[in-house]
Design a protein around this ligand. Structure first.
Ligand code: HEC
Ligand code: HEC
Length: 179
């Protein structure tokens, strides 16, 4: 029962998404809300965020992503984007106990853009970690995530949500993500 010989080990042959696995999971499903699920996320959106971290336009990550992306070779970007967006989407979380989040989401029209048939640059929010979504919403609200054209719309919406940000996040996380 010999395992692979040590001489066969070749770090350079490891695919670039191995470096993402520590935080995001090898198959894009992360264990904690600090790290977003990437599995089944839209490729154009994932690509746009990697570019934003690389250029320094998106900085609301405590510096983690900003340094990781500098280690990717130019040809690695397409490989990691394809790998994660092709994975099975995460399971939604259990539905919240009340309808507050659902009502606010409908009232604010979030799913007109974020619904399952939305544009390629609009991320899936469904089945994402609620804690991650809530952090992003507070980052938009407080101006810590301001790099996209959509930032001002989000800032205004989330100022008006108050603490109900958590209920909206909980509702969105409970929605099924279509592959
Ligand atoms: C040391 C931990 C760590 C590693 C390794 C890491 N990331 Fe991240 N990543 C994060 C954190 C933390 C965030 C969320 C930042 C925030 O809260 O805004 C994030 C966010 C992202 C996002 C934004 C997702 C969204 O929904 O907006 C993408 C895309 C991403 N990472 C891709 C990658 C890829 C591809 C790799 C490997 C090349 C990688 N990450 C490696 C910690 C990490
Ligand atoms: C006009 C279309 C549009 C509407 C309406 C809209 N969004 Fe967005 N949303 C976007 C786009 C585009 C992005 C990506 C922004 C970027 O590139 O950083 C985004 C990003 C997000 C993110 C970050 C997701 C991630 O993975 O990091 C969250 C959370 C979010 N929106 C929540 C909401 C909520 C809640 C509402 C309802 C109040 C809403 N959005 C309404 C277009 C929209």
């Amino acid at each position: 029962m010999a395992g692979p010989a040590a001489a066969d080990f070749d770090a350079a042959s490891y695919p670039p998404y191995e470096t993402c696995a520590l935080c995001h999971g090898l198959f894009g499903q992360s264990r904690t809300a600090k790290f977003p699920h990437l599995a089944g996320q839209k490729p154009a959106y994932v690509q746009s965020q990697l570019e934003a971290f690389l250029s320094g336009a998106r900085t609301n990550d405590g510096g983690q992503m900003a340094s990781i992306v500098t280690e990717l070779k130019p040809e690695d970007f397409a490989v990691v984007v394809e790998w994660f967006s092709d994975q099975e989407p995460p399971e939604p979380s259990p539905p919240p106990a009340d309808n507050v989040g659902m009502q606010l989401t409908e009232y604010a029209g979030c799913l007109t853009c974020h619904g399952e048939n939305g544009a390629e640059n609009v991320p899936h929010l469904s089945a994402q970690h609620a804690g991650y979504l809530a952090k992003q919403m507070r980052d938009f609200r407080d101006g810590a995530r301001s790099h996209s054209d959509a930032a001002e719309l989000h800032r205004k919406a989330f100022v008006s949500f108050g603490d109900e940000i958590d209920q909206v996040a909980g509702y969105l996380a409970s929605l099924e993500r279509s592959p």
